[in-house]
Design a protein around this ligand. Structure first.
Ligand code: PLP
Length: 385
């Protein structure tokens, strides 16, 4: 199999022991044996979310959990405030509209973080807003939004606080209960380093009250009341046949996280982000977002003059066997993105940055060979930690 190093913001490389777990044979998904795996997985999921509430695993990618979050709490005409500063913020707004809700947008320039006060102003103006959606880590722009500070503002209002942590959970600080998040969603294939195809969601008591208030949700498969009922059964189950093998994988991937320790893992991600930014600066390239709001899990970089996205990423892939991501929408051809989420250490970063030096040099961009690699190494030197 192709051993290209995945340095994209998901899917991320999966550990051997997680792949192995997935190759275990299928069991009855309505058995005590599977119920134990399911409940352990959901308990570890809640630990990673840092919540005392239950977590539910959904078969589907991260977007399925985003859709579940909205579809279960709104009825046609309900107002939802969507913070839109990139592709995924936009997605929440589109989901609201798909379910007949009214999306009120706070548009944030792509590459900037939202100012939490703006959310307060919008909630003052519209006292009938049912929920506010925020994307913690806007993967499309490499920006981390201040979900803790937003949580403080949200605590003055009744609107539900809905947060997408698909590309941050397990890699950056997320404290669902501590920040007052009512609905938090994530996906398997980013910082959790499990294969794609699973999503998870957790809801506060207030969120469940809102779910109960929607008598006729416009979703069948993602009806969360059914997930709660099955999840509370003995042994716990899912309402429909789950992706059994993917649950095995999630179970093992979450065990890996518990063994590393969530705080250690977050520290490792922060270090990888810092090393990447240091390398980019050493190369003389420009970070796309301001460093103060830069993501801990993906770094977005402006393409230098005279180097095209196609040339850069093709050379990296074909010659140096490193896969990078391009820009999305209007950022296509303007930025490239380096994912450093999941099981990334200095080893992968040294390889990536060294390949990037060679690639840029080959494409005519002036590079002092070795300087960016040294910037990565320096970041990891014990005296600089
Ligand atoms: C990847 C991602 C998603 C979900 O995308 P899927 O392709 O459905 O898994 C949602 N939000 C953010 C911020 C993401 O990075």
């Amino acid at each position: 199999m192709d051993e290209t190093l995945l340095m994209i913001p998901g899917p991320t490389r999966v550990a051997q022991r997680v792949l192995k777990a997935m190759s275990e044979n299928i069991v009855n998904h309505r058995s005590a044996l599977f119920g134990k795996i399911l409940s352990e997985t959901s308990e570890m999921m809640s630990d990673v979310f840092r919540t005392n509430n239950k977590s539910y695993l959904l078969t589907g990618s991260g977007t399925a959990a985003m859709e579940a979050a909205i579809a279960n709490i709104i009825e046609p005409g309900d107002k939802v405030l969507n913070v839109v500063g990139g592709k995924f913020g936009q997605r929440f707004s589109q989901i609201v509209e798909a379910f007949g809700g009214e999306s009120i947008r706070i548009d944030v320039e792509w590459g900037k973080a939202v100012n939490p006060d703006e959310i307060g102003y919008a909630l003052e103006e519209n006292d009938d807003i049912k929920a506010v959606t925020v994307v913690h880590n806007e993967t499309s722009t490499g920006v981390a939004n201040p979900i803790k500070e937003i949580g403080k503002i949200m605590s003055d209002y009744d609107a539900l606080y809905v947060v997408d942590t698909v590309s941050s959970l397990g890699g950056d600080e997320v404290d669902v209960d501590g920040y007052g998040i009512d609905i938090c969603v994530t996906g398997s294939q980013k910082c959790l380093a499990a294969p794609p195809g699973m999503a998870a969601i957790t809801l506060s008591d207030d969120a469940w009250s809102a779910v109960e208030g929607v008598s006729n949700p416009r979703t069948y498969y993602l009806n969360l009341k059914k997930y709660r009922k099955s999840g509370d059964a003995e042994p716990p189950e899912t309402p429909y046949t789950p992706a059994v093998s993917l649950i095995y994988a999630m179970h093992e991937a979450l065990k890996v996280i518990m063994e590393e320790g969530l705080n250690n893992r977050i520290k490792r991600h922060k270090l990888a982000a810092e090393a990447t930014r240091n390398a980019i600066k050493a190369l003389g390239l420009e970070l796309f977002p301001d460093e103060s709001v830069s993501s801990t899990t993906v770094t977005a970089v402006r393409l230098p003059e005279g180097v095209t996205d196609g040339e850069l990423r093709d050379t990296m892939r074909n010659k140096y066997h490193v896969e990078l991501a391009g820009g999305q929408d209007h950022l296509k051809g303007k930025i490239f993105r380096i994912g450093h989420m999941g099981n990334i250490t200095h080893r992968e970063l040294i390889t990536t940055i060294s390949g990037l030096e060679m690639t840029l040099r080959e494409l005519g961009f002036e590079v002092e060979m070795g300087e960016a690699v040294a910037a990565v190494a320096d970041t990891y030197l014990p005296e600089n930690l």
